[in-house]
Write a protein that binds this ligand. Structure first.
Ligand code: NAP
Length: 235
């Protein structure tokens, strides 16, 4: 497994005051973002180590409502080492979860809300169903940006104003596609899993076509996995 020093050398954020949105995904060699509906079969303990380390560095963890539903997210709770590290580095023990949703098809009784050590955020828009907005307001802080679709640039700026400048997005592909369309991506951390999937699984992003040039920051082998870190290309 990676040492703490290796992870810090490869993933530390240079200036926490500068807003930064990093996206983390795992994919098969032929680009599948899931296997049998979930990403679990693509990852291993190396990928889980990096996944957990990126959470440790985040001010907030952004996730699409589809991934919350499919991957069965519960309350976002870091382990004791990560909590200690964060406290020693002037951060609260846990980052909040920020769930992005259009239709607010989210159950307020879900453990993602009831077992959360920090009250989650829900990022939505003004046209979202009023009854669901009211129900979720009981268990989460609502950030409403955009009239009939979530304005992710405005939502990101709002997060930064709340002191949540370092955003880790854990997917899924619809949310990532929207972030690309909004030109709101600063970094992609992509784990290549040594498997060929073929079949009908989707890619890590889908949405309107938009090209964002990126530059390779590192290619780090870890066990059978390859960890690729890309940053937004200058210019
Ligand atoms: N390989 C990986 O690393 C990885 C990571 C994450 C997920 N996945 C896989 O991806 C699949 C799920 O894909 P998905 O595309 O459905 O995931 P998703 O992007 O998390 O979820 C889509 C849903 O999230 C909400 N959403 C996303 N972007 C939005 C936006 N810009 N504005 C408003 N709402 C937005 C909407 O929820 P409402 O319906 O509530 O409006 C939408 O229906 C699963 O199989 C999961 O396992 C893989």
């Amino acid at each position: 497994m990676f040492s703490e020093q290796q992870l810090s050398d490869h993933y530390a954020l240079p200036d926490r005051s500068v807003p930064h949105l990093r996206v983390n995904f795992v994919s098969s060699l032929d680009g599948a973002a899931w296997h049998d509906g979930g990403s679990g079969p693509l990852n291993d303990e190396w990928d889980q180590q990096v996944f957990a380390y990126l959470r440790r560095l985040a001010d907030v963890v952004m996730v699409g409502a589809g991934t919350i539903r499919v991957e069965g997210y519960g309350g976002l709770r870091l382990d004791e080492d990560a909590q200690r590290w964060r406290t020693e580095n002037g951060l609260p023990p846990h980052p909040p979860l920020a769930i992005v949703s259009h239709a607010l098809d989210l159950d307020p009784r879900s453990t993602v809300f009831t077992d959360a050590p920090v009250r989650p955020l829900v990022l939505t828009h003004a046209g979202a169903p009023r009854d669901r907005l009211d129900a979720l307001a009981e268990v989460a802080d609502l950030l409403v940006h955009g009239e009939d679709a979530v304005d992710l640039v405005a939502a990101r700026a709002d997060l930064a104003e709340r002191g949540l400048a370092q955003v880790l997005c854990e997917g899924g592909p619809t949310l990532f596609g929207s972030l690309i369309a909004a030109d709101a991506v600063d970094e992609l951390d992509l784990t290549l899993s040594p498997v060929l999937e073929s079949g009908a699984a989707g890619r890590i992003a889908h949405g309107p076509q938009r090209t964002l040039p990126m530059r390779l920051q590192h290619a780090l082998p870890g066990g059978p996995m390859l960890f690729l870190r890309y940053l937004r290309a200058p210019g």
